[in-house]
Design a protein around this ligand. Sequence first.
Ligand SMILES: CC1=C(CCC(=O)O)c2cc3nc(cc4[nH]c(cc5[nH]c(cc1n2)c(C)c5CCC(=O)O)c(CCC(=O)O)c4C)C(CCC(=O)O)=C3C
Ligand SMILES: [Fe+2]
Length: 318
Amino acid sequence: MARYDALLIVSFGGPEKPEDVMPFLENVVRGRGVPRERLLEVEAHYQGLGGVSPINQQCRDLIEALRPEVDLPIYWGNRNWQPFLRDTMREMAADGVTRAAAFITAAYSSYSSCRQYLDDIARARAEVPGAPEIVRLRHYYDHPGFIAAMTDHTREALARLPEEHRDGARLVFTAHSIPTSMAASAGPSGGAYEAQLRTAAGLVAGDRPWDLVWQSRSGPPQVPWLEPDVCDHLTALHAAGTRAAVLVPIGFVSDHMEVVYDLDTEAAGVARDLGMHLTRAATAGTHPRFVSMVGELLDEPEPEPCPALCCPAPRPRP
Ligand SMILES: CC1=C(CCC(=O)O)c2cc3nc(cc4[nH]c(cc5[nH]c(cc1n2)c(C)c5CCC(=O)O)c(CCC(=O)O)c4C)C(CCC(=O)O)=C3C
Ligand SMILES: [Fe+2]
């Protein structure tokens, strides 16, 4: 008997029309103490793209790329916007799915990138009578398929720099900043978010010099988050004589809003003002090796669930 009778793609979710932007943002930040001004700023980023986050279409594209690879029905549910996990769970139960493998579109350990997804899956299951059992596929940040996709895309981005700048270009890996307290408690023994990012970046960089920096800081200003910010880092590199860099968003798996706004608009603007040559590597997206990786994960022995105590939730804030 097959171990799984379906594949469930679990993602962040994003709005696809202007009037959905604020309700989506309110879902994301509920209980997190994100200042109103920050929310309005981020709302403007979404409205600037016509109220459409790129992430849902990127999930649809991944699902289409997976169909020839995966011999299972594929379902898709989000944490923060339609299609919501709860509704997908209901659909799976109605279709008679009993045991699905879950692929989460976040590769690293931390509350925000792992535990929060697991909690939301558990909540959705609890709300749906007859919900299938969900087996979460393992973390894949160091899987050869993910690394091959990012290495390929990094090579392409280097090739987009003027030829005379390629050899001296710095690889600047980026990931979503998180509160330092969340970083300290990430994974079974702490520090896993940053450690896993450094492992993945090192595998992609090979012999080239590289840095890991942070982007998309949110939250209340008095709470410390991981630093330096990518824009400050580009400024510092330039001051130290670096004239070209490639941004590699190793912390994400698709070119969603945090990538197209925070890197392609904001960081690219900083580089332009500095007179620095900057290109940005594509995320894994639907790269063939990333897609085949999902098939390989389904064939692996069943993963152990995350230990119950790792990546604890931060205390809710007003
Ligand atoms: C670690 C991490 C990932 C990577 C792992 C993963 O992929 O899950 C990630 C991804 C994403 N974050 C996203 C969007 C947002 N994140 C926010 C806020 C926050 N992110 C956090 C962390 C992360 N976020 C945290 C600690 C907060 C503070 C509030 C809280 O403690 O929860 C906010 C609120 C406004 C603001 O930015 O202040 C928005 C809108 C989108 C969707 C993009 C699209 O629509 O295309 C994606 C994929
Ligand atoms: Fe986020």
